[in-house]
Design a protein around this ligand. Structure first.
Ligand code: 13P
Ligand code: SF4
Length: 308
């Protein structure tokens, strides 16, 4: 089957099975094309609550499918590739955070949404990169423990000096691998380009940016800007999507590009076989107990209540 034929089969099967496909913007173009909803982590978690489909197939990483399941527990939620995890989501365990809470009960625990459901059970509120600053500012708390991403946390802290924000040593290995020297080299090669960066990058990298923000923030900024050239400091698929959408502008990946291997695992055949295997037990379904959903969901509801 050609890519186009496979896409048509997927579109036919998803209608027959009343399935919605959610794809994070880091997914490949051919997957984004067959998705019902595309966007960054925040948008997809809200989209998951809006669809009236019976089934959701998530093209992204495990914590995102878990979040969709928690927000729509009556739906069946599948992860298109069972091996797609987020290394950052696994970095801190529940016991460590529970212990820190016990030591400082007046510190509000803010969790990046890139965390496991088990870890969310000991957190007060979730944030995504698009909402972290807004939510930390809106919280009726002065003392905060921000987990797990110390780079995103430092970015929030720099803009919110009135709060006492404690950070731990976690982060995205892909974004944190980018160095300031690589950015300076890219800027020297493309002196007219604006540098747009995701705040999961290190503070010395974010300090060089013309704009720092979430995946959707970067895409919106690039679309609206009058500039013609951009150096993109986030997952390399974003430069590809932007180049496709705005052919009159030029997008360069910084250095060799930031690659998230987990986000790149999902293929069209994965989506197809998930659609075929949903009722035979061959697809990877997210199964969570009612108790886990009840205790982990509170901080996601709080994020949505505070306006994302
Ligand atoms: P956003 O989707 O919030 O921009 O986060 C990027 C990311 O790393 C997703 O895992
Ligand atoms: Fe996790 Fe980083 Fe990949 Fe996002 S880009 S899924 S934070 S490893």
């Amino acid at each position: 089957m050609t890519v186009h034929e496979l896409q048509n089969e997927i579109i036919k099967l998803k209608k027959e099975t009343n399935t919605a496909i959610l794809a994070h913007s880091y997914q490949a173009r051919e997957i984004v094309e067959i998705a019902d909803f595309t966007g960054d982590s925040y948008k997809l978690s809200v989209d998951a609550t809006k669809t009236d489909a019976d089934n959701i197939i998530f093209c992204g990483v495990h914590f995102m499918a878990e979040t969709a399941k928690m927000l729509s527990p009556q739906k069946r939620v599948f992860l298109a590739n069972r091996n797609a995890g987020c290394p950052m989501a696994e970095q801190m365990d529940r016991e460590l955070i529970a212990q820190l809470r016990a030591e400082e009960p007046d510190r509000t625990v803010v969790a990046y949404i890139n965390t496991t459901a088990a870890l969310k059970t000991v957190c007060d509120v979730c944030v995504t990169s698009s909402s972290a600053l807004r939510i930390v500012r809106a919280l009726d708390a002065e003392k905060i423990l921000f987990i797990p991403d110390c780079n995103l946390g430092s970015w929030v802290q720099a803009q919110c000096p009135e709060k006492d924000i404690k950070l731990l040593n976690g982060g995205c290995p892909s974004h944190a691998s980018l160095t300031a020297a690589e950015v300076k080299k890219a800027k020297a090669e493309h002196p007219n380009a604006l540098f747009l960066v995701h705040p999961e990058c290190r503070p010395e990298v974010t300090a060089l940016a013309d704009y720092a923000g979430s995946t959707s923030g970067i895409m919106d900024f690039a679309g609206k800007s009058d500039a013609k050239e951009f150096i993109i400091g986030t997952e390399s698929s974003i430069a590809e999507h932007l180049q496709y959408e705005y052919p009159d502008k030029t997008f360069y990946n910084v250095s060799k590009g930031i690659i998230c291997r987990d986000m790149k695992l999902t293929t069209l055949p994965d989506v197809y076989s998930t659609l075929l295997g949903m009722n035979s037990g061959d697809a990877f379904e997210i199964i969570m107990s009612d108790e886990l959903i009840a205790s982990a969901r509170g901080c996601i509801d709080e994020m949505i209540r505070l306006g994302g």
